[in-house]
Design a binder for this molecule. Structure first.
Ligand code: FES
Ligand SMILES: [Fe+2]
Length: 380
């Protein structure tokens, strides 16, 4: 395997990490390596029931989430615009939130103020011109998604919230999550890192160190990301082992899309498995992995979901424990390096981010850092 000094990318990496190690703050410094102008999953839908309000944090912004009497989700900054009291400490009547400090009332969806009890006929303040900060909010795939706008491009239209691709009317849908004590960049490059498998995910049924062998995969550019061309999974992959029983050719596609999504699709005749893993920035030093998976295979096999859940949890937990240890090493900003080809996807991630931000700044179309199909080689 060729190694490269990777100077420029490691400089980007070290710089991003140094900036990101700034202590947590509720404000959003612009050089924190987090991406605005995107949707992020804030909470699982089932955690917001009835008139209960729930809190979440995205990109260092504290949020209060709820659902109005029509069942529509809403997200407000969890700080009253009067004197900063968390609105989550107040009351929600199914339509509006009342702050517990001085009783100001804010409509849930828009954040528009409806009442300021201390005002008298002598006051000129226009109540309806006061707003609690509100964020676009949608439910999809069992999550409440919140759109975090880019403060420099607030006037841009809000795109649709991401949706997990599915390929038949009925399927199973499952979720897993794990919190990581690191900047989202480390979560993401950990997600697309092919070389850690035999070391972190060793097990008798999956792979051993001795099963390491050379791999070649062709990557190609897609809008805002890249994908591994559809290929048949290797004989020691879980998909191959499981779906092999159907006796049909199996193809798998993996893609990464900014800001934080890894999609994997496996097809075997009429059967399919589709998953999306997102790494969501909670603050600059914490992120959360959310795995959302849907499939129509093995739906009548007893306990299949429980078994998949067990192994899924085990995988995610192995990654989480690894990143908890890695976070210790990263605390004091050591210099880091990315090597070819095993870390090329990580280099592309940083290059994609930089190209995206540059196109936002200049207003020019994004220059994609990957020119065309490229074969990468590594041993894992
Ligand atoms: S702090 Fe909320 S009403 Fe005063
Ligand atoms: Fe992993």
């Amino acid at each position: 395997m060729a190694t490269s000094s990777g100077t420029s990318t490691s400089a980007i990496l070290t710089k991003a990490m140094t900036e990101s190690s700034a202590k947590e703050t509720a404000s959003t410094p612009i050089n924190d390596g987090l991406m605005r102008g995107f949707w992020y999953p804030a909470l699982r839908s089932n955690r917001v029931q009835g008139r209960e309000m729930r809190t979440a944090m995205l990109l260092g912004i504290p949020l209060v989430l709820g659902r109005n009497s029509k069942g529509e989700g809403f997200a407000l900054r969890d700080a009253c615009p009067h004197r900063g009291m968390p609105l989550s400490e107040g009351n929600f009547d199914g339509s509006a939130v009342e702050c517990p400090y001085h009783g100001w009332v804010f409509e849930g969806k828009t954040g528009q103020c409806q009442a300021i009890p201390s005002l008298t006929a002598h006051d000129k303040l226009k109540v309806d011109r006061v707003f609690a900060a509100s964020f676009p909010c949608e439910e999809q795939d069992g999550y409440i998604w919140v759109f975090i706008p880019d403060p420099d491009h607030c006037d841009e239209a809000v795109p649709e919230a991401p949706r997990l691709p599915t390929f038949s009317d009925s399927y199973r849908l499952e979720h897993l999550e794990a919190e990581l004590p690191c900047h989202m960049d480390h979560g993401i490059i950990g997600l697309m890192d092919p070389a850690h498998g035999p070391f972190v995910h060793q097990s008798w049924w999956w792979r051993k160190r001795s099963s390491i062998h050379e791999k070649e995969k062709t990557f190609e550019p897609i809008p805002n990301g890249f994908r591994i061309k559809a290929h048949s999974p290797s004989a020691n992959s879980a998909a191959y082992k499981l779906l092999g029983v159907y006796g049909e050719p199996i193809t798998t596609t993996i893609q990464f899309v900014l800001p934080n999504m890894r999609f994997e699709e496996i097809h075997c005749g009429k059967y399919w498995f589709s998953s999306r893993t997102t790494v969501t920035p909670i603050t600059t030093t914490r992120c959360r992995i959310d795995v959302c998976a849907a499939w129509n295979a093995f739906r009548y096999v007893p306990f299949f979901t429980s078994i998949l859940r067990f192994f899924g949890n085990m995988f995610v937990e192995q990654d989480r424990l690894t990143m908890v240890k890695q976070a210790e090493g990263l605390k004091h900003n050591p210099p880091l390096m990315l090597i070819d080809d095993a870390d090329r996807p990580a280099k592309w991630y940083f290059a994609l981010k930089a190209a995206y931000l540059k196109s936002k700044q200049t207003g020019q179309p994004m220059e994609h850092p990957i020119e065309g199909p490229t074969a990468l080689h590594w041993r894992s």
